[in-house]
Design a protein around this ligand. Structure first.
Ligand code: NAD
Length: 256
């Protein structure tokens, strides 16, 4: 379905980003990966699906590096047709204890990076008359949890950016939508499981159950594969008139 299209997925050396990159690769898209840590493993996983794959190590908190990454993607494959703004970090503390430098980093990586990548990728999509921008927000783009001020502020911002981008391009072939996962068992969430286990003297399994039980009625983690399938739907012809939605995949979290 996506043969000949190129997808750039930020923060795709791990977790949800890698799951979405693999789902788009399985549909035939060329993939540009980004993120920290080992890139060879993720590149091999994507290439094994028959996709052409490239990697750029831009730090998403740095606008000049984001610009270089978009230029690199265009150099490699012609242009970016699908942009998935996924890179993100977390820090948990009450507002009065929240380190200002952690606030700045979360706003830069989880929110401003999506603005920069979007503004830089849009012109080529508009010229081509087709494009898909998918912002990985969170249930925390729709509701709040204590001790996540920067994350919740950033993710609500991402949902707002999604709606504005969708509206500005509503008469074109460029759509913009957000995905709002509940708990997904990636390294980002495993750290929160570990913190709970240590604080309460629980096993890893009991800490996971507690985490799910507090928020997610299904008592199941959403998987990167499920989120990848939603991203594929947004890119499909049936997704043509889906514009500006914030679609939660959260085991009922936000329904409560
Ligand atoms: P993860 O920690 O597994 O992956 C994060 C990715 O972002 C990694 O590839 C990492 O290298 C990259 N990254 C971090 N800082 C970066 C930077 N400055 N520049 C470039 N890349 C950077 O986390 P994940 O759980 O897969 O999270 C992916 C996205 O999904 C995030 O935006 C997160 O907020 C969101 N999300 C996660 C969950 C969850 O339960 N895991 C739920 C809702 C939303």
């Amino acid at each position: 379905m996506l043969k000949g299209k190129t997808a750039l997925v930020t923060g795709s050396t791990s977790g949800i980003g890698l799951g979405i990159a693999k789902a788009l690769a399985a549909q035939g898209a060329n993939i540009v990966l980004n993120g920290f840590g080992d890139a060879d493993g993720p590149k091999a996983e994507v290439a094994a699906l028959g996709a052409r794959v490239a990697y750029h190590g831009a730090d998403m908190s740095k606008p000049a590096e984001i610009e270089a990454m978009i230029a690199y993607a265009a150099e490699q494959f012609g242009r970016v047709d699908i942009l998935v703004n996924n890179a993100g970090i977390q820090h948990v503390a009450r507002v009065e204890n929240f380190p200002p430098e952690r606030w700045d980093a979360i706003i830069a990586i989880n929110l401003s990076s999506a603005f920069h990548a979007t503004r830089l990728a849009l012109p080529a999509m508009q010229a081509a008359g087709w494009g898909r921008i998918i912002n990985v927000a969170s249930v925390h783009g729709l509701v709040a949890s204590a001790e996540k001020s920067a994350y919740v502020a950033a993710k609500h911002g991402v949902v707002g950016l999604t709606k504005v981008t969708a509206l500005e391009n509503a008469t074109t072939g460029v759509t913009c939508n957000a995905i709002c996962p509940g708990w997904v068992l990636t390294p980002l969430v495993q750290k929160q499981v570990d913190a709970k286990a240590a604080a309460l003297g629980l096993s890893n399994d009991d800490a996971k159950k507690l985490l799910l039980g507090e928020k997610e009625p299904s008592m199941q983690f959403t998987t990167p594969e499920e989120l990848g399938a939603l991203a594929v739907f947004f890119c499909s012809p049936a997704g043509n008139n889906v514009r500006g939605v914030a679609w939660n995949m959260d085991g009922g979290w936000v329904a409560q």
